[in-house]
Ligand binder design. Structure first.
Ligand code: ADE
Ligand code: ZN
Length: 365
C-alpha cells in the first residue's frame, strides 16, 4: 500500500459509509445476542447465560468458542438460518457491504442435515440479495475440533448438494486442537471438486500453523495469520506467492493485540484485508470494523480503497465478477469523495459550482 503524503486521513464517518468487501465473516458469529437468546429459548437449547447483555462476554478464545458453539445449536431449523442470514446481510448492506464470502459451520447444527442447513442459508442469502443487491458467496467451514471423518463427510455432502453460491471450504475453531494436516484428505477432495480453500491459522497458533495450512491443505487464503510475522522465510514466501490474509481488527484486539500485527503485515507488503469475523460477538460491525482499523492505521481514503480492493483481488469469484466488483468499489469511493453539488441554477440546467470530483488521491488502485 503506497503512502499519500498530501491526503488527509479518512474520517471514521467516511469509512463507515465506504463500499466494502468481506472475506472473513462467520454466519454463526453474526447472531445478535437477543436473537440467540430468543431462539435458544424456543428450541430448549442451553446457553451459558440467558442474559443477552452478558452472553457475548468471554475471557479467551476457548470461552468465545463455547458460546459460538452453543449459539450455533440455537439455530436449529432452516427458518432460523434464513432469518439470521437475511438479517445480518441486510444490516451489513446498510453499512456499505457489496460482497461477502461468509463461512457457515454445517456440523454445528446437529438437528439438521447438510441439505437443510444449506437451504436455510441460501434462502437468507437470496432474499437479502433481492432486497439490497448484496452479493454473498459461501464458505463451508470445517470445525477442526471434530474428527477428520466428520470433515470428509461434510465435504462429500457439499459436493453432492452443489449450489452456485458455495465457493470454498474453510477450517475454523481452535487451531491448538485440530492441526491442518488432519484435514488434508477433506481439503484435497474439496479441491478436486472445484472448491477453493481457506483456513484459520496463526490467530493464536504459531507460524508453523500458517505453513501447514498452505502445505497440507493447499489454502489459497489465510484467515488471521498474524503469526506469519515471526517467520521471515514464510513471510517472504507468502509475499512472493501473493497469499491473502483476511485479518480481523476487533478479534485481534480481543486476543490482546494492539493492531500492530496487521500494521506489520501491511508494511511487510503482504496482501491484507480487514474483516469483522463474528461482528456482534466481538462488538463490531461491517462499518465499524473498517472505521476502527482505518482510523487506527491513519489510512487516507485512497489507502482504504486499496484495502477493499485487496479483498476484491482475493475473492473466490470469476474474473468478470471481480472486475465488476472492483469498478463498483471505485465508483462508491469516488461518489463519497466528490464534493457536493451546490448552487443549482434553476431553469438553466447547470450547476454553479459542482467540483470535478476529487479522486481518492495517489496510491489508489
Ligand atoms: N470461528 C468463529 N470465529 C473464530 C475465530 N476467531 N477463530 C477460530 N474459529 C472461529
Ligand atoms: Zn474467523
Amino acid at each position: 500500500m503506497s503512502t499519500a503524503p498530501i491526503a488527509a486521513p479518512a474520517s471514521a464517518d467516511l469509512l463507515r459509509r465506504a463500499p466494502k468487501v468481506e472475506l472473513h465473516c462467520h454466519l454463526e458469529g453474526s447472531v445478535p445476542a437477543e436473537v440467540a437468546v430468543r431462539l435458544a429459548r424456543r428450541h430448549g437449547v442451553a446457553l451459558p447465560t440467558a442474559d443477552a447483555g452478558e452472553l457475548y462476554r468471554y475471557e479467551d478464545l476457548e470461552g468465545f468458542l463455547a458460546v459460538y458453539t452453543a449459539v450455533s445449536r440455537a439455530l436449529a431449523t432452516p427458518a432460523d438460518l434464513a432469518e439470521v442470514t437475511h438479517a445480518c446481510l441486510v444490516a451489513s448492506a446498510a453499512e456499505g457491504l457489496r460482497y461477502r464470502e461468509m463461512s457457515f459451520n454445517p456440523t454445528n447444527h446437529p438437528s439438521m442435515t447438510y441439505r437443510q442447513v444449506l437451504d436455510g442459508v441460501l434462502d437468507g442469502v437470496r432474499s437479502a440479495r433481492a432486497e439490497t443487491g448484496v452479493d454473498c458467496r459461501l464458505v463451508v467451514a470445517v470445525n477442526r475440533e471434530q474428527p477428520p471423518s466428520v470433515a470428509l463427510d461434510l465435504v462429500r455432502a457439499a459436493l453432492e448438494h452443489r449450489a452456485e453460491e458455495v465457493v470454498a471450504v474453510g477450517l475454523d475453531h481452535d487451531e491448538l486442537v485440530g492441526p491442518p494436516a488432519a484435514f488434508a484428505e477433506a481439503f484435497a477432495l474439496a479441491a478436486r471438486g472445484g472448491l477453493h480453500r481457506t483456513a484459520h491459522a496463526g490467530e493464536r497458533g504459531d507460524a508453523a500453523e500458517v505453513a501447514a495450512a498452505l502445505d497440507a491443505l493447499g489454502a489459497q487464503r489465510i484467515d488471521h495469520g498474524y503469526a506469519v510475522l515471526a517467520d521471515p522465510g514464510l513471510l517472504a514466501r507468502c509475499r512472493t506467492d501473493g497469499v491473502h490474509f483476511a485479518t480481523c481488527w476487533s478479534t485481534q484486539l480481543f486476543h490482546g493485540g494492539d493492531g500492530s500485527a496487521i500494521a506489520g503485515m501491511l508494511e511487510a507488503g503482504l496482501a491484507v484485508s480487514v474483516n469483522p469475523d463474528d461482528p456482534p460477538m466481538f462488538g463490531t460491525s461491517t462499518g465499524e470494523e473498517l472505521a476502527r482499523a482505518g482510523t487506527a492505521l491513519g489510512w487516507t481514503p485512497g489507502q482504504a480503497q486499496q484495502g477493499v480492493l485487496a479483498a476484491v483481488a482475493a475473492a473466490f469469484c470469476d474474473e468478470g465478477d471481480r472486475a465488476a466488483l472492483a469498478a463498483e468499489v471505485r465508483r462508491g469511493f469516488a461518489e463519497l469523495l466528490a464534493p457536493p453539488a451546490v448552487g443549482w441554477t434553476a431553469g438553466s440546467g447547470t450547476c454553479a459550482s459542482a467540483g470535478s470530483g476529487a479522486g481518492p488521491g495517489p496510491g489508489t488502485g
